[in-house]
Design a protein around this ligand. Structure first.
Ligand code: HEC
Length: 266
């Protein structure tokens, strides 16, 4: 998942397993399928370098590196990863215009479909919150429980998602919807990386939502732009428009920020 604007996310990982960046940071370090090393061993390796003890002294007042301070340092760095200068942000600040295709995509993104009215909807904003500019499922007004959804990828979800954390059947198959900021740059998509392109993502939401999936979000269950339709049914043009809008969320200021690049590369 993207780490852009992660400081504002109260629940982390696809299933919300962690609720602070400090506790989250421990998981990938020790997890056997990720870095697979105990933090204690990592700390003793850092302690033996020339580079890190002085940096920890500058930050925390002591050359002795602790597990707690490693997690704090990682978390605090993540809190600086703020993306707020995409074309869409500039548009909101009246610094640039969106073209007609991007505007059409924005309208689709934010509209609930209703076949009885002439304006189509793609329904994305129900779960990718545009209102708070995060474009994730985090919804401060509705609270953490409302931030996990089943978006109908499979009739039988292989990954239990939020269920692992709460043990509630009503949470089986639900995931956090990640931010869509810089989404054009972060393929493949979904928790299992099943989609290689945004076109495939739009095809999923438009034509292939698994309606029998347990706990499928109610909006997705009923959303359609066609009378008596069973799927959202966006036209090829409408899919392109939504993608054009998603491309306005690419923030090259963020992507090219030297402070976020590999410090060991000249
Ligand atoms: C019912 C809630 C819901 C709706 C509506 C919804 N999404 Fe999602 N979206 C999710 C969830 C949940 C995930 C993560 C699912 C997973 O990986 O299992 C996701 C994932 C994504 C991803 C992949 C993100 C990544 O980092 O891999 C993209 C892109 C995306 N959605 C775009 C859209 C677009 C475009 C729309 C509107 C056409 C839309 N979504 C509508 C809930 C929703």
């Amino acid at each position: 998942m993207s780490l852009a604007n992660i400081l504002w996310e109260p629940a982390l990982n696809w299933d919300g397993a962690a609720t602070s960046l400090e506790t989250q940071a421990l998981t990938p370090i020790e997890n056997p399928v990720e870095l697979h090393q105990s933090l204690a061993v990592g700390v003793s390796k850092l302690q033996q370098t020339e580079l890190y003890p002085p940096l920890f002294r500058n930050a925390f007042g002591s050359r002795t590196i602790t597990e707690e301070n490693v997690l704090k340092a990682l978390a605090q760095f993540e809190r600086t990863l703020i993306s707020a200068n995409s074309k869409y942000d500039k548009y909101l600040r009246n610094e640039t215009e969106l073209n007609s295709q991007e505007i059409a995509g924005k309208v689709l993104f934010s509209n609930h479909p209703d076949p009885t009215i002439p304006v189509a909807g793609a329904d994305c904003m129900h779960c990718h919150n545009e209102g708070n500019r995060l474009f994730s499922s985090t919804d401060y007004t509705r609270g953490a429980a409302a931030s996990f959804f089943n978006n109908g990828l499979d009739s039988q979800p292989k990954d239990a998602g939020r269920f692992i954390i709460t043990g509630q059947e009503s949470d089986r198959g639900k995931m956090r919807a990640p931010t869509l900021r810089n989404i054009a740059l972060t393929a493949p998509y979904m928790h299992d990386g099943r989609f290689k392109t945004l076109e495939q993502v739009l095809d999923h939401y438009s034509d292939h939502v698994a309606k029998d999936s347990p706990n499928l979000d109610l909006n997705l269950l009923t959303a359609t732009n066609k009378r008596n339709g069973t799927q959202l049914s966006l036209s090829a043009t409408q899919k392109k428009q939504v993608i054009a809008f998603l491309l306005t969320l690419t923030d090259s200021t963020f992507i090219q920020d030297k402070r976020f690049s590999d410090p060991f590369k000249p």
